[in-house]
Ligand binder design. Structure first.
Ligand code: WQD
Length: 343
């Protein structure tokens, strides 16, 4: 049987690269569309090392309608798109709203336009738990009311969900799955691919890794006086390898999807505090993390974690990887990039 082709936009990035590997290992033919503005084409070599198969690659800026057209025209028989390509730094989006709206929304519109033109039926979209804001209930279910976004980045996720909803409503042959990720962490167990933040990391896990590697002196822990069990913020940290499996499950589900669009939370269902994450890293790796309590970070919600029952019920997916393993894979990846930096 001929392999099904999936276009992975942003496939050189953190989540995209792990998804490309998982797709190839599940028997799909993968085409990556990326302009590598926040990633590197060397990721293609790493994917090839892991799977033994080099994904097809189109170096394309998806905000450019003509370039997007030309890239899609080369792959008219693709049966689905997993759309990751986007800018994702929350603070930066507040400082550069036009760039964020333009980039994240124009690229989505160009992708959808070509899907309609070429009759490519399936889209899996990487949405975010940020759409729940400070959730009105815990755990957050897919029915938990959406909140106005607190950053242009968050707003692009809300708007993108709506754009996809309207598009599949207008084109009944199209199907969409919106995956609302909680906090993805960790790396491929080989340590060959992982998260590569630009400059000072905004997110907790890459910051911890860079402190552990000696790149940064200490971690600032933002706030210890929240109304949570230990006073620290609580998040639902989901292993990247579990997370990407949800995309494979979503594609398989789309072959018999009854609705035109479904939304799933992708999290573990359990919250961990910042301090629990620090301790989990230390216990898994034996490396101590120097930290200091700092003021709260503007915009942080005290606690959010998923109810992921719907994904279990409909996709047959649930998170499986213990946090110790996640910490080990993250550390292996960090050691690999530290070696490269020194070498
Ligand atoms: C987690 C916890 C911080 C850094 C963001 C986006 C979300 C999603 C993932 C991205 C919080 C604390 C962090 C540090 C700390 N999208 N922290 N010191 O804010 O839950 O989610 O990233 O693509 O949309 O909003 O993740 O990793 O930044 O923070 O104490 O140096 O770690 O206060 O409690 P967040 P995060």
């Amino acid at each position: 049987m001929q392999k099904q082709t999936i276009i992975v936009t942003g496939g050189c990035g953190y989540i995209g690269s792990h998804t490309a590997v998982a797709l190839q290992q599940a028997g799909y033919n993968v085409v990556i569309f990326d302009c590598c503005v926040n990633s590197t084409p060397e990721t293609l070599d790493r994917i090839t090392e892991i799977t033994g198969v080099r994904p097809d690659f189109e170096h394309v800026d998806l905000t450019d309608a003509l370039a997007t057209h030309n890239a899609f025209e080369k792959h008219p028989h693709a049966c689905g798109v997993i759309h990751f390509a986007a800018l994702k730094a929350v603070g930066e989006s507040v400082a550069q709203p036009v760039r964020y709206y333009r980039n994240n929304l124009t690229s989505l519109l160009n992708v959808l336009n070509m899907m309609v033109e070429l009759n490519i039926p399936n889209i899996v979209f990487s949405s975010s738990a940020t759409v729940y804001g400070n959730p009105t209930e815990l755990p957050a279910t897919e029915q938990t009311p959406l909140q106005p976004a607190t950053s242009p980045y968050g707003q692009t996720k809300l708007m993108a969900e709506q754009i996809i909803r309207d598009t599949v409503a207008a084109h009944p042959n199209m199907h969409a799955v919106l995956l609302r990720y909680f906090n993805p962490i960790g790396a491929h167990p080989s340590g060959k691919i992982g998260e590569l933040p630009n400059g000072v990391p905004n997110n907790l896990m890459p910051y911890i890794l860079q402190v552990a590697a000696g790149w940064r002196e200490k971690l600032n822990v933002f706030g210890n006086d929240y109304q949570t069990p230990d006073g620290f913020c609580v998040r639902d940290y989901i292993d990247i390898n579990d997370l990407v499996d949800a995309h494979i499950a979503a594609l398989q589900y789309m072959s018999h999807q009854e609705n035109n669009i479904d939304v799933f939370n992708i999290g573990t269902g359990h919250g961990l505090s910042v301090m629990e994450i620090i301790r989990a890293f230390e216990n898994a790796t034996g490396v101590k993390i120097k930290y200091e309590i700092a003021p709260r970070r503007a915009g942080d919600v005290p606690a959010i974690y998923a109810c992921a029952n719907l994904a279990q019920e409909k996709l047959g997916w649930c998170a499986k990887i213990p946090v110790t393993e996640t910490m080990k894979s993250a550390w292996l990846w960090q050691q690999n990039i530290s070696d490269k930096k020194q070498g």
